[in-house]
Design a binder for this molecule. Structure first.
Ligand code: UGA
Length: 437
């Protein structure tokens, strides 16, 4: 069965979800309050860098199954299922999540809901949000009890968003009624065989927080090992490799380096802790404070390594920063470790030249005070140190020979452990990295 559905909020998650649902054959109306964004999406213009998504967007528009609007009344009239894909960033005044966009969307949609429908939350939220929104919908919607709510968290990774949505490893349905479960099973039926976990609202909300907290913990675990390796003159890359053969541990998310950033993991572990505190379960998640601290220490460590390499002070030194996106194959710079390091070096008097294959425009807007280059080689020209901070493939493929004629000094920090230390050292470079001798 094909549904008429809306997708409210056209950020990363919303655009991907809308385009993928249209691809599955549903009739989809995307809604955003940003009229310019809606117009551009309607013209097939994708505001983010995401493999395969532009094609899906254009295909959806061409098929007539995908449209965009700013009008909540139109959305309420159109949809039998309404997906909430609003952002829940960290609050400006503390660690908790800011759910105001979600609240505003529910407040704007509810008064137009005059017939039975299912509202489905996909955003990452503090546990308890679904129950609160369900009450609010019942109170504000003319259809009252006939407006059902489900929570269906999203696990997509930037850079793999389309694949993660069309071939997910699991679907989690937090529902209160059999009808909601049936509807969502039908919505996702075109995906084929996928494990489905059916549970209550609170558990579904927690699954997402727990998954991201686990991933962040795994990264910080190996980065903690990197700190110990540094102290013990050992090699964290070999250590991680040896751990990875134990399939109870597994090798994924065990890449030591500059640590995690982005619009999800950092803010999600803080919000999770803040919510557990509110619930009186703060002690259970106090370790996430360490996970966060280990992660941030890696950024400070790279600044320190670079400072040592350039002789103890950044004054009068040129630093090439390779990478601005929080991870490769993305133009997202939210809480980017690379830009954090670049800004810290700039603030200490270094002249940085940042290059990134996709995120330069975003970086320039957010950090206009930094210097930028239009290629890795241009960034390296005259540099007293080269820092590889986001592991784009083109950086991992750099050779000593390419940079040597350009740089002022052969100093390199491999912040992602993607280069071969022996080769660079043999070519006369001072190669430093995180967790490797
Ligand atoms: C993350 C989760 O992986 C998704 O499952 C989740 O749906 C998403 O957040 C979300 O909440 O929306 P994403 O932020 O796209 O996805 O990025 P990841 O691939 O998880 O990488 C996060 C950060 O960890 C990056 O900065 C990456 O460089 C870093 N990382 C990753 C490491 O430092 N080491 C690793 O071994 C793996």
């Amino acid at each position: 069965m094909r549904y008429r559905m809306t997708v409210i909020g056209t950020g990363y998650l919303g655009i991907t979800h809308a385009a993928c649902m249209a691809e599955l054959g549903h009739q989809v109306l995307g809604l955003d309050i940003d009229a310019d964004r809606v117009r551009r999406l309607g013209d097939g213009e994708l505001p983010i860098h995401e493999e395969g998504l532009a094609e899906l967007l254009r295909r959806g528009l061409a098929s007539g199954r995908l449209r965009f609007t700013t009008d909540y009344r139109e959305a309420a009239d159109f949809g039998d299922v309404h997906f909430l894909c609003l952002g829940t960033p960290q609050r400006k005044d503390g660690p908790a999540a800011d759910v105001s966009q979600l609240d505003a969307a529910v407040d704007a949609l509810a008064p137009h809901l005059t017939r039975p429908c299912l509202v489905v939350g996909k955003s990452t939220v503090p546990v308890g949000t679904a129950a609160r929104l369900a009450d609010r919908l019942r109170t504000l919607a003319p259809a009252g009890e006939d407006v059902d709510l489900a929570w269906n968290p999203e696990f997509l990774r930037e850079g793999h968003a389309v694949r993660d949505t069309l071939a997910p490893d699991r679907v989690v349905l937090g529902v209160r009624t059999d009808r909601a479960e049936r509807t969502l099973r039908e919505v996702y039926a075109p995906l084929g065989e996928v494990p489905v976990v059916v549970t209550d609202h609170a558990t579904a909300e927690l699954v997402k927080a727990a998954a991201n907290a686990f991933l962040a913990t795994k990264i910080s675990y190996i980065n903690a090992m990197a700190e110990v390796c540094e102290a013990a003159d050992a090699d964290v890359v070999r250590l991680a490799e040896a751990l990875s053969y134990d399939d109870r541990i597994g090798g994924r998310f065990l890449r030591a380096g500059l640590g995690f950033g982005g619009g999800c993991l950092p803010k999600d572990i803080r919000a999770f802790r803040a919510r557990a505190d509110e619930l009186g379960a703060g002690r259970a998640l106090s370790f996430l404070g360490d996970v966060d601290a280990i992660n941030l220490r890696r950024r400070a460590r790279v600044v320190e390594l670079a400072r040592e390499l350039v002789g103890g002070s950044f004054e009068g030194r040129r630093i090439a920063v390779l990478g601005a996106a929080f991870k490769p194959d993305s133009d997202d710079i939210r809480d980017s470790p690379a830009l954090d390091v670049a800004a810290a070096i700039g603030a200490r008097g270094g002249a940085v030249a940042v290059y990134d294959p996709a995120a330069l425009d975003n970086a320039r807007k957010a950090y206009p005070e930094l210097g930028y280059a239009t290629s890795a080689t241009e960034a390296a020209r005259g540099a007293h140190a080269v820092l590889l901070l986001t592991e784009w493939r083109e950086f991992a493929e750099l050779t000593p020979g390419r940079l040597e004629p350009l740089v002022a000094a052969r100093n390199l920090v491999d912040g992602r452990n993607v280069l071969d230390p022996a080769g660079w050292r043999a070519a006369g470079w001072n190669y430093r990295s995180l967790g490797r001798r």
